[in-house]
Design a protein around this ligand. Structure first.
Ligand code: SF4
Ligand code: SF4
Length: 548
């Protein structure tokens, strides 16, 4: 990385997602379209969170629940593709500054202009210059893991408040506070990454419980992917509570709701699919939104990431809510979606002709969360012992636009018929239309475990199989091929490493923030390896031969 050049230009840099390019992705503008100014404000927010964390661990009794929630929400808002609105971001910075003042920490107030002007003192280039690439990269890994975990924790706050994840929020605060020390070793930083992974495991478990309590136990459900006549709204992101509120408000108004991207698992929950107005899923993963949204005949509501800069031809009908922000879009607060419904009523919606002209498409199956899959555990074990089920693959994670991601579809397509595939997160859309996977004696071969946080389900399934077979999880006929893109995937990866899961294949490229030295440590300790994008079939042969 050309650090000196970055410092000379007083430019901001960012390498937190898989799209990162060049000497600091957004010297002028990020691949995601983030400006250096936005990065500077996000860096400032992150630094303020570090100061808040330090003050919190010094005097825990003084810390309020509101301060813990603010720490978390501020971290969430710096995640890739969540918030591009500098004014909204500065409000988080101001709130953090006010809370720091309340905790007796002064001298942290900065305007947006000052945050940008002082980049040399705290931006990524400065951090790499100060700590060296390996240590700086591991420090960033801790921060990115906390950002990802914060996104999941925010959903828990909305559903059940802070209590179910209080312990884990404190663990992340403690890890963040440690980053104020300049002399952290590689070993100490690895310990912090695993601590964040442990916190994220607890958060994903709490979110699983909260979703089940609020929405019922998910089960297999076929999802319609064809148009349905009538006015309609498209909801994307990850927030099931926002969808629930939207459905309540749309049901009486005769407005249909389609899910998009990471909202498709919603159809598995009884309390959501009971609404007649939840009519199907439209489109695929976030990366296709600029192609798909112009063709949808109604407004689009973004509940979380991943938002891309909207094109002019559909910008006027995109709404954001929660932590999401983009300049020029209408932001809806407090789950009151009347403005979105009004936009749907004004938009054309799907006509009878649209329905007749649509291609025939078979429904997609969702709902393979742990309780549903484990209700078939007896049959799965019977198939394994009869030699009719050879191997189980997890192929999923974040989707993205960078080259090499065909690996995941090539792999899924080549997997033999006597194997099951678990999938989840928006990476599912790389594989769920590749072919008709069929079933093995009634067990669907492609099992969609849900959103990225529902990797928790995949972990529960693996642990149950381990207990039933007496084999350690790492000795099961199970291989994990994880696609990563942003910081939720970092949090999930850290969770898997915290649990001691070895032999994960990660792709389509390894994170830029992990140097060869850091990767060598992870390869040694956890046998973490890159996907061989040019030879999915070679990887498959290795995995089937027991080399995971
Ligand atoms: S979030 Fe990703 S694409 Fe955006 S500036 Fe950072 S590294 Fe680049
Ligand atoms: S799974 Fe990751 S890449 Fe996909 S929409 Fe969610 S945050 Fe974005």
């Amino acid at each position: 990385m050309e650090i000196e050049k970055l410092l000379d230009n007083n430019a901001s840099a960012c390498y937190q997602c898989e799209q990162a390019r060049g000497p600091g992705c957004n010297t002028f503008k990020g691949v995601c379209s983030k400006s250096p100014e936005t990065t500077a404000i996000q860096d400032h927010i992150t630094w303020l969170c570090m100061q808040l964390a330090a003050a919190a661990v010094q005097d825990r009794a003084k810390v309020t629940d509101e301060q813990l929630v603010l720490f978390n929400r501020a971290m969430f808002t710096t995640l890739t593709n969540v918030n591009f609105d500098d004014d909204a971001l500065m409000r988080y910075a101001e709130d953090l500054t006010a809370e720091l003042t309340a905790l007796g920490v002064n001298g942290v107030n900065k305007s947006a202009a000052e945050a940008v002007a002082t980049l040399k003192d705290y931006g990524l280039a400065h951090r790499i210059h100060k700590f060296g690439e390996t240590v700086a990269g591991l420090r960033e890994t801790v921060v990115y893991g906390i950002r990802g975990a914060a996104a999941y924790a925010d959903h828990v706050f909305v559903l059940e408040g802070l209590d179910p994840v209080r312990k884990e929020t404190w663990m992340n605060v403690e890890a963040m506070a440690e980053l104020n020390k300049d002399d952290l070793s590689v070993d100490a930083l690895l310990g912090l990454t695993l601590k964040v992974g442990e916190a994220n495991f607890g958060i994903m478990a709490a979110l699983d419980k909260a979703h089940n309590a609020a929405l019922g136990q998910p089960s297999f459900a076929p999802v319609n992917t064809r148009p349905v006549e009538g006015k309609c709204i498209l909801i994307t992101g990850h927030d099931m509570d926002d969808l629930h509120k939207l459905l309540e408000q749309c049901e009486a108004r005769g407005v249909n709701v389609f899910t998009h991207g990471e909202m498709i698992p919603a159809h598995a929950y009884p309390a959501l699919r009971k609404y007649k107005c939840l009519v199907g899923n439209y489109g695929t993963s976030w990366r296709n939104q600029r192609k798909e949204f112009p063709l949808f005949p109604g407004p689009v509501l973004f509940t979380t990431n991943c938002i891309m800069p909207p094109r002019e031809d559909y910008k006027h009908r995109v709404f954001t809510t929660g932590r999401v922000g983009f300049p020029g879009l209408t932001h809806v607060a407090n789950g009151e979606f009347e403005s979105v419904i009004a936009a749907a009523l004004e938009a054309p919606g799907y006509t009878k002709a649209d329905v007749e002209a649509a291609n025939a498409e078979s429904p997609l199956l969702v709902g393979a969360m742990h309780a549903e899959v484990l209700s078939h555990a007896g049959k799965v074990l019977e198939l394994i012992s009869a030699g009719k089920l050879r191997h189980i693959f997890f192929i999923g994670g974040c989707d993205g636009s960078t080259p090499g991601r065909n690996y995941f579809s090539d792999l899924a397509e080549a997997i033999p018929d006597d194997c099951l595939i678990l999938t989840g997160a928006c990476g599912r859309f790389r594989i769920n239309r590749v072919k008709d996977y069929g079933d093995i004696e009634g067990i669907p071969r492609l099992l969609d475990v849900g959103q990225c946080n529902d990797v928790f389900s995949a972990i529960k399934i693996a642990v149950a199989l381990s207990e039933a077979t007496g084999l350690a999880v790492n000795d099961l006929p199970l291989s994990l091929c994880v696609s990563w893109f942003e910081q939720k995937a970092v949090a999930v990866l850290l969770t898997l490493l915290h649990l001691g899961i070895r032999n994960i294949r990660l792709g389509p490229s390894l994170p830029r923030f992990l140097t060869p030295d850091a990767l060598a440590v992870l390869a040694d300790k956890f046998a973490l390896k890159p996907t061989n994008n040019k030879d999915a079939k070679g990887d498959l042969a290795d995995m089937l031969a027991g080399e995971h």
